[in-house]
Design a protein around this ligand. Structure first.
Ligand SMILES: Nc1nc2c(ncn2[C@@H]2O[C@H](COP(=O)(O)OP(=O)(O)OP(=O)(O)O)[C@@H](O)[C@H]2O)c(=O)[nH]1
Ligand SMILES: [Mg+2]
Length: 230
C-alpha cells in the first residue's frame, strides 16, 4: 500500500516536471539541478561559476533549503536574480519537487536568463528520487566524503549526467584515492561526465564551464557560437 502511494506521488511529480521543463524551454534557459551532500560545496560552486561567467551570460538561482535564507544571502551579493524555496513550513522535505521549482522560476524573469542553477536540499538520497524539471542533473561530491559514495548511494549517481569532484585542493591532506572513486562512479554510471574542480580556487572550472556553455548553446542557438574566455 505504501509503495503504491509513493508511486502516485512520484508520477504526479513527473507530470509537473515536464511542464516545468517546458517553461525553461519556452524561455530558452538552461536549467541545472545541483545535488550533493550538505557541505559538498554546491553554493560555493555556484558562486565561483557565476563569478567567472556573469560578464557573458545571465544567470539566475533557485535556492532550496529546509530552513534559512543563508545560501540565498550569499548568492545575492553577486547581484543576480534569485528565488528561495524553504521546505520547512511544508513538513521539512529533504528534496525539491517540480511544482515548487516551477513556482519559484515564475518569480524570475526567465526570458532574460541563459542559465539557471537550482541548488537542491543537501543530501545524497531523496533529491535523486524527484525530477525537478531541470534539463540536467549534476551531483557534487567533495573529496572528504570518500571514494565509496557512488556505490552506497547509486541512484544519485545514476540520475546525474555530470559529477563534479570538488575540493581538489584538499587532495594531499585527505589522501583520497581518486582512481578508486572514478572506478566506483563508472561502475554505477558509465555515461557520467566527470570534472575535477576546486570551487575554492577555481581549478578545473574551464572544462565545467565549457560543458555549461555547450549545453546552453543547445538551448539557445546563438550562444553556441560564444566560447568561454579563460
Ligand atoms: N577547501 C575547500 N573548501 C571548499 C570548497 N568548496 C566549498 N568549500 C567549503 O566547504 C564548506 C561548505 O560549502 P557550501 O558551498 O556551503 O556547501 P553546500 O553544498 O552548499 O552546503 P549545503 O547548502 O548546506 O548543502 C564551506 O566552508 C566552503 O567554503 C573547495 O573547493 N575547497
Ligand atoms: Mg548550499
Amino acid at each position: 500500500m505504501e509503495i503504491n502511494i509513493l508511486k502516485k506521488v512520484l508520477s504526479a511529480n513527473d507530470a509537473v516536471a515536464e511542464t516545468t521543463r517546458e517553461l525553461f524551454s519556452e524561455n530558452k534557459v538552461f536549467a541545472v539541478n545541483l545535488m550533493g551532500s550538505p557541505g559538498s560545496g554546491k553554493t560555493t560552486l555556484i558562486e565561483k561559476t557565476i563569478e567567472i561567467m556573469k560578464d557573458k551570460f545571465s544567470v539566475g538561482v533557485i535556492e532550496g533549503d529546509i530552513f534559512s535564507t543563508l545560501d540565498a544571502e550569499r548568492i545575492s551579493k553577486l547581484n543576480i536574480p534569485i528565488a528561495q524555496i524553504n521546505t520547512g513550513p511544508f513538513g521539512g522535505d529533504c528534496h525539491l519537487e517540480a511544482g515548487w521549482v516551477k513556482e519559484a522560476a515564475l518569480t524570475l524573469e526567465l526570458s532574460k536568463l541563459d542559465l539557471i542553477f537550482i541548488e537542491n536540499v543537501g543530501n545524497l538520497v531523496c533529491p535523486a528520487e524527484f525530477d525537478t524539471g531541470a534539463d540536467k542533473n549534476v551531483v557534487v561530491l567533495s573529496l572528504p566524503e570518500g571514494e565509496d559514495k557512488p556505490i552506497k548511494y547509486p541512484l544519485m549517481f545514476r540520475t546525474s549526467e555530470v559529477m563534479l569532484i570538488n575540493k581538489l585542493d584538499l587532495l594531499k591532506v585527505l589522501k583520497v584515492d581518486i582512481t578508486h572513486l572514478l572506478k566506483n562512479a563508472e561502475k554505477v554510471n558509465p555515461a557520467l561526465s566527470i570534472f575535477q574542480v576546486s570551487a575554492a580556487t577555481g581549478d578545473g572550472f574551464d572544462l565545467w564551464n565549457e560543458w555549461l556553455i555547450k549545453e546552453m548553446g543547445k538551448k539557445r542557438d546563438k550562444k553556441s557560437q560564444i566560447f568561454f574566455k579563460t
